[in-house]
Design a binder for this molecule. Structure first.
Ligand code: NOJ
Length: 564
């Protein structure tokens, strides 16, 4: 089993050392050469839905602060808070009207500072969500920009004449439906918006915009922020000639013809902007996480930048495209990300992607499958980003009536597109009314499963999903192989069990994940490879190891330290 991989281990080890060295040049690193964010476990908090301290139905800063002990105990090192800046909330915060404050619905700047202080005391970093591509149409910059063709901020946004009177400048469509151009009768021009019309795109070709955006990140770094998740980075620039996008056939949920976003996404200029943001981040030893929707690893590599001078953690969403428990598919994606030019980042769900509990669950073994998926993304080489509630087995609660939908795309795209409310429901703290999230009816409904899947009950149950997450996260923080070891796939033709080693120096941890609904017994030929046994570090149900073999329950997990 191991012999045939030995040479690969050496090559992989050398290659990853080279990558790490490049990444860490002149950075604060630990004795093993790792930057803080490489060993950190990140946790995404959707502030509207995490904890409501003032009982108005919407979560807030003080709510998050009150749950820091929970996060610490879970094993979280950094929290990414999705946009909490003043905003009309058309896109629930991704329409920012002031980048240097906190929305009153979430509290005050002082509340944020308190949160940052309390987090720091517990060794938890705060990552904010920076929205560089667009602002709210209520942002004073846009209000001024719109006021006249000669206003000071006119060129901060993208204004153009129609192709002919009454027709937008080109065929670009908004990803949220309809034309990406909105006509302004007062100045007789159109402005460009990749998302909602209330989210006009900034003009990154204007140096004043670039400088201002860089300065905003600095402003937050000075307030103790350890980095940013960068929203929609691949769309910062558009073709200046506004060429029409090629139409590819068929229609989307909003009735628009599908088009290849050739001239308004992924332009090479994006990388210059990212290098600029990175330069500022490096002044503060901060990390940049990217919302990077890439078609393959070659494209993802562009976001790490040459010599890793752009994003340290571009998210590998290719991993989330595997929507079934397929060892072959996961093997392919894991191998791909391990060949990338930077440190991998794993997510399995977020505020735009349905929860993993339903995506992978078969309706019968969902809790086991939740532990299986946790075992996968928390034992791979790279930085995991947990989405709040995944550690409980929260389910996606899709609205059943159009009139209940809060996310505007769910209303305009109904019934094909039901929006993202389903994955944004309140955190389930206990089995009381509103799952202990709020004393008032929350902004989104709590599903009945909160009665069984909540922090209070799962904390008491040693077999709960939460207890398993805690166990895995503890392991991740203490086991050198899981932290720094290379990934070595095993039994690559096995259709049911995904297995691999994490190898560090002469030590190895074996991970075996049964992705099928039938029990499995796998021969890992431990003795032939110089190991006497695999000592269980974490396992589900009756899954265990005896001699050369690992026996796995349906959807069972076995993680073991190989011993000589
Ligand atoms: C990506 C964010 O994750 C999503 O929630 C938002 O709607 C768009 N960017 C627009 O900012």
């Amino acid at each position: 089993m191991l012999s045939k991989f030995r040479r690969i281990v050496v090559v992989v080890l050398l290659l990853s050392c080279a990558v790490l060295n490049a990444q860490n040049r002149a950075k604060t690193v630990d004795a093993g050469g790792h930057a803080w964010w490489q060993h950190a476990v990140f946790y995404e908090v959707y502030p509207r839905s995490f904890a409501d301290s003032n009982n108005d139905g919407v979560g807030d800063m003080n709510g998050i602060a009150s749950k820091l002990d929970y996060l610490k105990d879970l094993g979280v090192d950094a929290i990414w808070i999705t946009p909490c800046f003043p905003s009309p909330q058309v896109d629930f915060g991704y329409d920012v009207s002031n980048y240097e404050d906190i929305d009153p619905m979430y509290g005050t700047l002082a509340d944020f500072e308190n949160l940052a202080r309390e987090a720091k005391k517990r060794g938890i970093h705060i990552i904010l969500d920076f929205v560089p591509n667009h602002t709210s149409d209520q942002h004073p910059w846009f209000v001024d920009s719109k006021s006249s063709r000669t206003s000071a901020h006119r060129d901060w946004y993208i204004w153009r004449d129609g192709k002919v009177p009454g027709q937008p400048p080109n065929n670009w469509t908004s990803t949220f439906g309809g034309s990406a151009w909105k006509f302004d009768p007062a100045t007789n021009q159109y402005y460009y918006h990749y998302f909602y019309a209330q989210q006009p795109d900034l003009n990154w070709r204007n140096p004043a915009v670039e400088k201002t955006m860089f300065d905003i990140t600095r402003w937050w770094y000075k307030r103790g922020v350890s980095g940013f998740r960068l929203d929609a980075v691949d769309i910062l620039f558009e073709d200046p000639n506004l060429k029409d996008n090629p139409v590819t056939g068929g229609r989307n949920a909003y009735g628009d013809a599908y088009q290849e976003h050739k001239y308004n996404t992924k332009l090479p200029e994006v990388h210059q902007a990212l290098r600029g943001l990175r330069k500022v981040a490096d002044e503060y030893n901060a990390v940049l996480i990217g919302e990077t929707w890439t078609k393959d690893i070659a494209e993802l590599n562009l976001y790490y930048g040459k010599g890793n001078n752009e994003l340290q953690l571009p998210m590998d969403f290719l991993f989330t495209t595997v929507n079934k428990l397929s060892p072959a598919e996961f093997r392919k994606q894991i191998a791909a990300i391990n060949s990338a030019s930077g440190w991998p980042t794993f997510v399995i769900s977020n505020h735009d992607i349905a929860r993993s509990y339903d995506r992978y669950g078969d309706g019968q073994h969902n809790d086991d499958i939740a532990k299986l998926m946790a075992s996968l993304y928390l034992t791979l080489r790279g930085t995991p980003i947990l989405y709040y509630g995944e550690e409980l087995g929260m389910k996606t609660t899709v609205p059943t009536r159009r009139e209940d939908v809060k996310d505007p795309i769910g209303r305009s795209g109904w019934p094909k597109e039901k929006g993202r409310d389903g994955e944004r429901t309140p955190m389930q703290w206990d089995e009381s009314v509103n799952a202990g999230f709020s004393k008032t009816t929350p902004w989104l409904p709590v599903p009945p499963s909160a009665k069984t899947h909540n922090v209070a009950d799962e904390s008491k149950d040693p077999n709960s999903i939460l207890s398993f997450y805690k166990k895995l996260l503890k392991l991740r923080h203490t086991n050198k192989e899981l932290l720094d070891g290379n990934y070595l796939p095993l039994n690559q033709s096995d259709q049911k069990v995904l297995s691999y080693l994490r190898v560090y120096q002469d030590q190895a941890v074996l991970v075996a994940l049964n992705m099928s609904g039938t029990p499995q017994r796998v021969n890992f030929e431990l003795k032939r490879n110089g190991f006497a046994s695999a000592r269980a570090l974490a396992a589900t149900g009756k899954s265990s190891s005896q001699g050369d073999f690992v026996t796995l329950d349906p959807y069972g997990v076995f993680i073991g330290q190989l011993e000589r």
